[in-house]
Design a protein around this ligand. Structure first.
Ligand SMILES: C[S@@+](CC[C@H](N)C(=O)[O-])C[C@H]1O[C@@H](n2cnc3c(N)ncnc32)[C@H](O)[C@@H]1O
Length: 262
């Protein structure tokens, strides 16, 4: 359904062979790529129903999306394509971007009409300026250290008046829950072991203070349009009653909509 899924030959893009970033700027590649290659099968299988995704973060992120019918939308960090699928259902022409070849394999199967490209959000976006009406990104930006260049790139590829709807791990929750967090005010590399997708995988990320979530977007010229700190839905209570009270009283995710000048 994408208008033209083929990317420009810019740094980091690899639409076909999955061989990794093309610019050679980082021989180890994106921070969390190896972890997500390992998690991909579980994420594909459970991503649609896992309570923290399906009944906590995703409803809030989706509530921030404008009408996407007839719009060209980039799903940045598309994973196995759960959000891309919803965007395509809503009538958008979708281009999904992800660092993980394994994730992209599942995304292509889930949303055959979308275009997909393997690229690193941290090394520039492989698209022409003014390409998209909107960017949706669910739980991917916290794997990128430098958000100044990231939001400058998002602004570049968006048409005037375009939007970014994104979700990230909540700064307060990250600081409380990552054992390796030391200084709230710093951007810190952290990691945690995940067992919830059927495999024990260490997943690295970058945690940051709230100011470092907002400032790069504002510096790139975006306006903060809406912010949601999600609480769990009734379906969450049915699936994970033992966790419902905690998730209702502790922040876990932060969902934001930014708008570029018209
Ligand atoms: C938590 S998953 C979310 C996937 C999807 N957005 C969803 O909500 O189902 C994070 C995704 O971000 C991708 N990712 C991590 N770092 C990235 C980077 N530097 N560039 C592009 N994608 C990245 C991972 O490969 C993974 O698919």
């Amino acid at each position: 359904m994408a208008d033209d899924p083929r990317p420009d030959p810019r740094a980091g893009a690899d639409p076909e062979d999955g061989s990794g970033p093309a610019d050679g700027s980082d021989s180890t590649g994106p921070l969390a790529r190896a972890a997500y290659d390992r998690l991909a099968a579980g994420y594909d299988r459970e991503g649609a129903s896992k309570p923290s995704n399906a009944h906590l973060e995703r409803p809030a992120t989706r509530s921030l999306l404008p009408d996407v019918s007839g719009r060209t939308v980039l799903d940045a960090g598309c994973g196995a394509g759960h959000l891309a699928d919803r965007l395509a259902d809503g009538g958008a022409a979708v281009v999904g971007l992800d660092a993980s070849a394994a994730m992209l394999g599942y995304a292509r199967g889930r949303v055959p009409d979308a275009g997909f490209v393997r690229a690193d959000l941290g090394t520039g976006l492989p698209f022409d300026a003014d390409r998209f009406d909107g960017v949706a990104s669910s739980l991917a930006f916290h794997y990128v250290r430098e958000w100044g260049p990231l939001f400058a790139e998002l602004r570049r590829v968006l048409r005037p008046g375009g939007w970014v709807v994104c979700s990230v791990q909540h700064p307060h929750a990250d600081f409380e829950e990552y054992d390796d967090s030391e200084n709230y005010h710093e951007v810190e590399r952290v990691s945690a072991v995940w067992e919830s997708f059927g495999e024990r995988v260490e997943v690295p990320a970058y945690r940051r203070p709230l100011s470092a979530v907002l400032d790069p977007a504002l510096a790139a010229g975006f306006r903060l349009d809406e912010l949601v700190e999600p609480t769990p839905t009734a379906a969450f209570a049915e699936q994970r009653p033992e966790r419902y009270a905690y998730e209702s009283t502790h922040p876990n995710f932060l969902c934001l909509r930014f708008v570029a000048p018209g």
